[in-house]
Design a protein. Sequence first.
Length: 496
Amino acid sequence: MRPSLTFAATVILAGMPVLAFGASPSPTRPPAPGLVAQAIQPPAGAAPAATPAPEQSPAGTAASPPPETPAGAPRRIEERDLTALRYYVEIKDWNRVESEIRRLRGIDPGWQPPPDLMSGQAGPSVNEQELWDLFGTGRYAEVRTRIAQLRQANPTYTPSADLLRQLDIAEGQQTLGTAAETAQWQAVIDQARRQPDLLNCARTDTVWRTAEAFARLQQTASAFDLYRSLVGTCSSLQERVATLQKANAFLSAEQMAQLYALARQRSGADAGAVDDVQTSLAAGRRAAQRSPAPQRASGPSRAAAAAATRGTAADAAKQSGAYADCLRLTDGSVPAGMKLTRAWCLYELERPTEASALFAAARSEGRGAAEIQDASYGLILATLRRGLVDDAQTLIDKATLTGQQHREVQGEVLAQLGTAAHQRGDYREALRLFDTRDQLGAPPRRDLQMLRGFALYNLRRYREALDVFLAVDRVLSTPDSREGVRIARGGLYGFN
């Protein structure tokens, strides 16, 4: 059984101060549904009340017509109406099966083929592996098209619930990401309202983008709620620090003070890392406040001096994580020397499409080997953030990078390929890619170790899965790591 890879999101309701993302992936039970923050709920009364679904008749039992059928109403299909359909199934004439199903639905639009229709009959086999392969490369529209083709060829085929759920989430995340990259901020919020499952600790970049959308639309309180939810509930120290850096671009000093306090409380022995980032971000704010905004200079020398001042201030803002100030200082006509700075700030603000264009321009205009190398490195990272793994690999093969840079970008390629293999159920390939990443010397990642554990579990290598989950849990015990330990032990000792 394929484990869920997402954490269930629980979000602010009226009167509750903190948004909580909890729950863990489990191969044995579906994740709890997420709720959206109160800030992104549609207006009260906007949706009509749901109409209860009609009761279904027991499997294999023909539905009985009501005692009195109004004149002109469609009649119910009974077992005696299925003679031709069962015959066509028996002789494997699938075109006629499809036609007969259409005919019966014309009589009773709500009718569905009985579950026992294919009993003892081998219909056209449907191997979903090809669908997962398409999914893993991000070709979601092609997955939808292929599902329609398979259902036309085999009317009894139903895509797996796991595939449909993962496809819905991936398409929603793609739609939200595209809206964010093109600065369609209301569209970002609308998509998050339609799919609250996108807002969880497994998709921090999506939460960051939604929070930015609120901030861009001057709904700072809602942005603050989302940033606070990540800082207060997600288990990764790295994600907490990154969230503080993202939030610093949009929140007030008072709001940031609340986030720092919450982050220190959540980080325990690692609270020093929060102190470090607070010091750095505060310094960047002060530097940006002292720097003049871009203005028109009256002569060449004054223009050069103003550009130099802006460049120094923009670099300081970038180094301290004040990325919004960095963009303000590099807005308008970007001099060649400032393109790299602006590109990195765009990248850190989750705008990889815009960053890619500037990285590419800086690389082509590079005035030295170091600048070209930095631009190439940034372009590869931005390409990977856009999910274009093949394009990134081509760039890696042609770029001159330091050893550390090469390990980082190649490790991210292998991480994305391994994650895609895991999502489509190719667990052996996922393990091979994760092993290759380890051999490369890429830094370990908790999320990949969790995927490794679930891959081993699904391959029934329970002892190895248990060792992986125990190692992760010893570093930081969370609900997801404890759940991994529980299900691995259950598989090993046979009590799942």
